[in-house]
Design a protein around this ligand. Structure first.
Ligand code: ATP
Ligand code: MG
Length: 259
């Protein structure tokens, strides 16, 4: 069975999409030695991860899949990377959230359809910046949650909300859901604030804080507009180095904590 990792934080702009797209690419490209079969799912009606891999609004049918109107096989598209498939998002996903609220058991929809996605080692879900019904559906469908956060005071509020959302879904619906970790992104090691945030995180979340930090990197910010992962766009830079270390740590944590 695939390891399903939700990249989630209800706060916007914390690096979720950047991490989801590059983590998926690196696993499929085999940057740590082994190539994996990966399915990346964009659940955000902003379509950022979809655009990253050159998909557009008309390519997305995830909302119809979640409503049971289209089979998941029609939503899965190959990307330009061998071994990496994608389910792109569409604008209608914002309406799905409301539909999930009114349908009984509505937030189980994603978990149900993902049972039909066979043959993947990893399923990576890029989440919208929200803690709504769709966010709950994502956590019901995942076995791991990875929380990226930016080193700022506001981000710390977001993470507390996110962790309590995670605990709630784990208790009510998905006892197998585990916290893969919290990863600091857009880190500028020279900033005092970054040091304060690190100290706070370590005191509060201990070994759940990943040793990997994704540094602020111009090429990581540029690569989406070239529709290429950091491993192809700037393979020797800090961004590729940090993303590779993240993949190693994710693989290590998954194998140590079992699943
Ligand atoms: P949203 O909540 O809106 O979905 P997000 O959490 O997915 O946002 P991203 O879209 O990955 O966050 O990143 C927000 C912005 O910061 C983007 O412009 C992205 O290119 C930039 N960015 C992300 N990580 C880095 C980094 N390590 N270095 C430089 N820029 C970054
Ligand atoms: Mg995003």
């Amino acid at each position: 069975m695939a390891h399903t990792i939700a990249i989630s934080n209800s706060k916007g702009g914390t690096g979720k999409t950047t991490i989801a797209c590059n983590l998926s690419a690196g696993l499929a490209l085999g940057v740590t030695g082994k190539k994996y079969k990966v399915l990346l799912i964009d659940t955000d009606s902003q379509l950022n991860a979809s655009w990253f891999y050159r998909f557009d609004e008309e390519d997305g049918v995830l909302a119809k899949v979640l409503e049971g109107k289209t089979p998941i096989s029609e939503a899965i598209k190959p990307t330009n990377i061998d071994g990496l498939d994608m389910i792109p998002a569409e604008f209608a996903l914002s309406a799905v959230n409301l539909a999930m609220a009114s349908a009984k058991g509505g937030t189980a929809a994603l978990a149900k359809v993902l049972q039909m996605a066979q043959g993947y080692d990893f399923i990576i879900i890029d989440s919208p910046p929200s803690l709504d019904f769709l966010a709950q559906a994502i956590l019901r469908a995942a076995n791991w949650i990875l929380i990226p956060l930016e080193a700022s005071g506001f981000s710390l509020k977001g993470i507390e909300q996110m962790v309590s959302g995670f605990l709630d879904v784990k208790e009510k619906y998905n006892p197998g859901l585990k916290l893969l970790g919290v990863v600091a992104s857009r880190v500028d090691k020279r900033r005092i604030l970054t040091k304060d945030v690190n100290a706070f995180l370590e005191s509060k979340y201990g070994d759940r804080v990943l040793r990997t930090q994704i540094r602020e990197s111009v090429t990581l910010a540029e690569s989406p507009s070239h529709h290429t992962s950091i491993f192809e766009y700037d393979p020797k830079g800090n961004g590729a180095e940090d993303m590779k270390e993240l993949i190693n740590e994710v693989l290590e944590r998954i194998s140590t904590n079992g699943n």
